[in-house]
Design a protein around this ligand. Structure first.
Ligand code: CTP
Ligand code: CA
Length: 223
């Protein structure tokens, strides 16, 4: 289990997976983070490797350890993740499972902020680069298959269908991350795969099983 099948359907294919949260520093001791554990991205990388793919795994500071048998590139911020992704291209397919911070703090302080300095801190933000959209819209060297995720808390299929069009990716794996589902940071996932043919909702299952099904679909698409 977990070792590459020689002669697996993804033998000779290079696949990129992003995973985990990003951390955006506020000062030397503080950062903005999110609840992503990296579990789903890690399971996808492992499932792709098990089908014989050469996997490049670009991960933020996840709580789940990276899988064995893949090339691991560790990053902290969204900007570092974009640079690592660009450096890993070209690939046959790319799966963007990371929960990338939408904003970074532009008022980052190189000294620890002190509460004695008076008043409350005021943070200034800039929007981070959209890694998925950047790769989806590459004029040259675009991966043959680009898969994004859509973490939503309401109107999941409608929002994710619009997101697929806006980003220019081929597939979106949509999921409901509202707190009550327990999906963010949990062991299970309930996803809807959105392609140009439409939306296909999978039953709730383990993140490992979602990963294996997605890896099979990717192998079929690249065949
Ligand atoms: N993504 C990315 N770079 C970003 C933000 C998101 O590559 N700066 C990717 C994620 O890895 C995911 C997809 O885009 O595959 C959708 O992420 P999501 O947060 O759902 O979408 P956003 O476009 O950021 O929109 P919003 O958070 O406002 O819903
Ligand atoms: Ca976002």
């Amino acid at each position: 289990i977990g070792s590459a099948l020689s002669g697996g359907p993804l033998q000779g294919r290079r696949v990129l997976v992003t995973s985990g949260p990003t951390h955006e520093p506020i000062d030397p001791v503080r950062y903005i983070a999110n609840r992503s554990s990296g579990a789903q991205g890690t399971a996808i990388a492992q499932a792709l490797a098990a089908l014989g793919a050469d996997v490049v795994f670009v991960t933020g500071p996840a709580t789940v350890p990276p899988p064995g048998g893949v090339e691991v590139i560790r990053v902290e911020t969204a900007q570092e993740m974009l640079a690592a992704v660009e450096g890993a291209l070209p690939v046959d397919a790319a799966v963007f499972a990371a929960a990338v911070a939408d904003w970074r703090v532009t008022s980052e302080s190189d000294r620890k902020m002190k509460k004695t300095e008076g008043g409350l801190p005021l943070l200034e933000f800039a929007e981070n680069p959209d890694i998925l959209a950047t790769v989806s819209r590459m004029a040259e060297g675009r991966p043959a298959l680009v898969v994004g995720f859509a973490a939503e808390t309401h109107d999941v299929v409608d929002l994710a269908t619009a997101k697929r069009a806006r980003k220019g990716c081929d597939w979106i794996v949509a999921n409901d991350v509202s707190h009550a589902t327990g999906i963010m940071g949990g062991a299970e996932n309930a996803v809807t795969l959105i392609t140009k043919e439409g939306a296909d909702s999978w039953p709730r299952m383990g993140k490992d099983q979602v990963a294996r099904q997605l890896a099979e679909r990717i192998a079929q698409a690249l065949a």
